[in-house]
Design a protein around this ligand. Sequence first.
Ligand SMILES: *Cc1c(COP(=O)(O)O)cnc(C)c1O
Length: 458
Amino acid sequence: MSDTKFVLSEKEIPRQWYNLAADLPKAPLPPLGPDGNPISPDMLAPVFPMNLIEQEVSSDRWIDIPEEILEIYSMWRPSPLYRAKRLEKLLDTPARIYYKNEGVSPAGSHKPNTAVPQAWYNKQFGIERLTTETGAGQWGSALSFACSLVGLECKVFMVRISFDQKPFRRLMMEAWGGKCIPSPSTATQAGRNILEQMPDTPGSLGIAISEAVEAAVTDESGKTRYSLGSVLNHVMLHQTIIGQEAKKQLALAGEKKADVIIGCAGGGSNFAGLAFPFVLDKINGEDITIIPVEPASCPTMTRAPFAYDHGDTAGMTPLLPMHSLGHNFVPPPIHAGGLRYHGMAPLVSHAIELGLLEPLALHQLECYDAAVKFARTEGFISAPETSHAIAATIKEALKAKEEGKEKVILFNWSGHGLMDLKGYEMYFGGQLQDYALPDEEIEKSEEILKTYPKPVIV
Ligand SMILES: *Cc1c(COP(=O)(O)O)cnc(C)c1O
């Protein structure tokens, strides 16, 4: 019998994070301030602690993981690598399919891989409280968990409609001691302004970010900072623990190389975490196809321009060089809440511009179909976000069958869907539809982004 699972010992947890910025053939572009000039690290100091800002701007290839963080990682890391033997059989493919199971963390996704170091570095810096936003509640629960371990208060602004409709993630936050507030709220000026204009608004991620940033920077004690769960360089960095482990595990499985690497991409962090160590191999000449997958209803990588844009709706953040649908963009309400972001991580966007990645957009019905096939073969119930990676994997496995090739396909199983069963209910009830974003929407975004500086990679 061949092995199903490839498990490393705790001693084999990687000791360093990998920074792709050090190896990109052309240098990443800096964020810009309101005057159009690159921002300096100290301009970010009211929002993030300096030790994380140093990671954000670092060009060092390797960054040591502090012992205390390794100690916490050992609660769920190394995460197991699975061979999807039963899915392979269903597809009758010559491809060997592997997945990294990031659903084994206490919060149920890859997000604690960065929530823990972010909380820990803030604590080191003397911070007492973190604020953040959350859409469906995955990031808010991961950060509440991390704060409870290192001894920080955690205040989460949760998009109103999710707060009302998805009580379970909110209850997880409360179980870990986090304070969860529906956004827009009366706790911030940004929230009060919105409520005055639109008392019945369901809220949005952009509004919640504005509230969380405001709550951090206006705290007069100076002991509050803001935390973001994806998009930024230091978040991509922390997640690279996933790909480094996966390489060791593929070797354990007897594989000499991977041919195809796949991850779903909202802000880009779980994809980057798995893929960036393999992007390095590609830069060094290896033949690997690396695929970030997004929803066709929120097509940042496949249809939106590479532009300078704000990370939030109110325009409080610096301008980031990224594929963006525009900070005003309101994504249609598809179920993969974690993939409904208007932008894409600058490092992922940059790698796309350099031709290192091959992004793919998929419709949600195909993704739910893939998640159900996965549940009925591999057993695990996937998050709706993760289902995009599974659908792309199935496509690649069927392509390998057509070509008669024994490919090695690796994807990131970013999290379980046990808190997202409502989406499955709607899928089974035939209540979900596919939605392709009309061209006019893209043109509208391009129009808005025209007024900003253009990023030029040299
Ligand atoms: C948040 C989330 C995502 C999307 O975020 P990224 O930063 O792109 O990884 C994907 N999968 C799961 C399970 C998530 O919780």
